[in-house]
Design a protein around this ligand. Structure first.
Ligand SMILES: NC(=O)c1ccc[n+]([C@@H]2O[C@H](COP(=O)([O-])OP(=O)(O)OC[C@H]3O[C@@H](n4cnc5c(N)ncnc54)[C@H](OP(=O)(O)O)[C@@H]3O)[C@@H](O)[C@H]2O)c1
Length: 341
């Protein structure tokens, strides 16, 4: 059984930890935490061993009566693969330590692509992670683009792809971030999001621009795609419906905004009310009269769409499964993905 450890138990680290607990072919040895906050209590409640990632902070855990299983070094010496869940740009600083223990390493999308041997999205390039030492799971936005654009490219080659991203200002638990009453253009042209997709689908012609808006409920994307083969609306909708990691939702069923989508996600009963699938609005998808252009809008639950990708990445990188389809199906089943339409 592959032994997995997670360094950083924040938005992404804790979700990946919970997801690892639901798999039968990998074992969560423990998580490394900097401090004994409410997330540490969550780990204790779930029976997850906690290791202290900051030397000297052991006394903070002792003060609140929280038992430690050891230090970060102890955790790294007991595992085969580490998932880095540290804040953006800190993963690269942790890399030398992971290498010292000869570990397979998974980094998150806040790291530069050069941090790892290869970037990863299960649907787009699962096989590229096999036999590597380190992999970066691409960001939440790039994952959303990779899922739906890969699905379209299974129907037709694509020409120019143009994307406008409307990004959430903060995650729900980030009380100190904004803006709270303004729309903020991202002053990079193109924004890094679309081009980041080229790290997992190199042959793609894509440009993106982005705004940040005052919401915590999902990113959304408006996507325009030139098609090499003619497609009609129903062909694309059918392909999205057939992909368990994409969920087509109708405005007329009440999904008027991202608020109703995240309310619906709570009804699905997943860990933390998460929506692992990329939501595509049925009424917001159409093709041009000549069938050579496609326009659609989608929404991305930024806190959770990368979670199944991390699980597939553990299987590919850890040498558990070389077959992408088998891994994705196993992950989907364990996380209840694609059910309850
Ligand atoms: N949030 C998103 O929407 C999202 C989506 C996709 C990808 N990502 C990427 O995922 C990565 C993690 O982001 P996040 O949103 O999960 O961040 P986060 O919520 O801030 O969590 C990061 C965790 O890292 C730990 N940490 C803090 N300082 C550390 C240090 N010096 N060394 C080791 N660990 C430290 C803390 O864990 P403890 O509390 O355990 O001490 C903290 O909770 C980033 O690369 C980010 O870009 C984020």
């Amino acid at each position: 059984m592959l032994k997995v450890g997670i360094n950083g138990y924040g938005t992404i680290g804790r979700r990946v930890a919970h997801a690892v607990l639901k798999q039968d072919d990998m074992k969560l040895v423990g998580v490394a935490k900097t401090k004994p906050d409410f997330k540490a209590f969550d780990a204790v409640n779930k029976g997850i061993p906690i290791y202290c990632s900051v030397p000297g902070n052991e006394k903070l855990f002792k003060e609140v009566g929280m038992e430690l299983a050891g230090s970060l070094d102890d955790l790294l010496s007991e595992i085969d693969l580490v998932v880095d869940g540290a804040p953006s740009k800190m993963g690269v600083e942790n890399k030398a330590l992971y290498e010292k223990y000869g570990l397979k390493m998974i980094f998150q999308g806040g790291e530069k692509a050069s941090t790892a041997d290869v970037s990863f999205n299960a649907q787009a390039n699962y096989e590229d992670a096999i036999g590597k030492n380190s992999v970066r799971v691409v960001s939440c936005n790039t994952t959303g683009l990779a899922r739906t654009i890969s699905t379209i490219r299974e129907l037709s080659d694509t020409g120019k792809i143009r994307v406008v991203l409307v990004r959430r200002a903060a995650d729900p638990a980030q009380s100190g971030k904004g803006p709270i009453n303004a729309i903020k253009p991202t002053p990079e042209m193109p924004s890094h999001h679309g081009p980041d997709l080229k790290t997992v689908i190199p042959s793609i012609d894509i440009m993106s621009i982005a705004f940040v808006v005052p919401t915590t409920l999902m990113h959304s994307h408006a996507i325009m795609v030139e098609l090499k083969n003619k497609l009609d609306r129903e062909q694309v909708i059918d392909a999205f419906r057939a992909n368990p990691r994409v969920r087509v939702l109708r405005v007329k069923d009440g999904f008027k905004t991202t608020a109703e989508i995240m309310e619906y996600a709570k009804d699905l009963g997943r860990d933390m009310g998460d929506l692992y699938e990329i939501a595509v609005w049925d009424e917001c998808l159409n093709t041009s009269d000549d069938g050579k252009e496609l326009y659609y809008m989608q929404a991305v639950h930024q806190e959770s769409d990368v979670v199944p990708e991390n699980i597939d990445c553990i299987r590919a990188l850890g040498g558990i499964e070389t077959d992408k389809k088998k891994s994705m199906e196993k992950t989907n089943k364990a996380l209840n993905i694609g059910v309850g339409r």
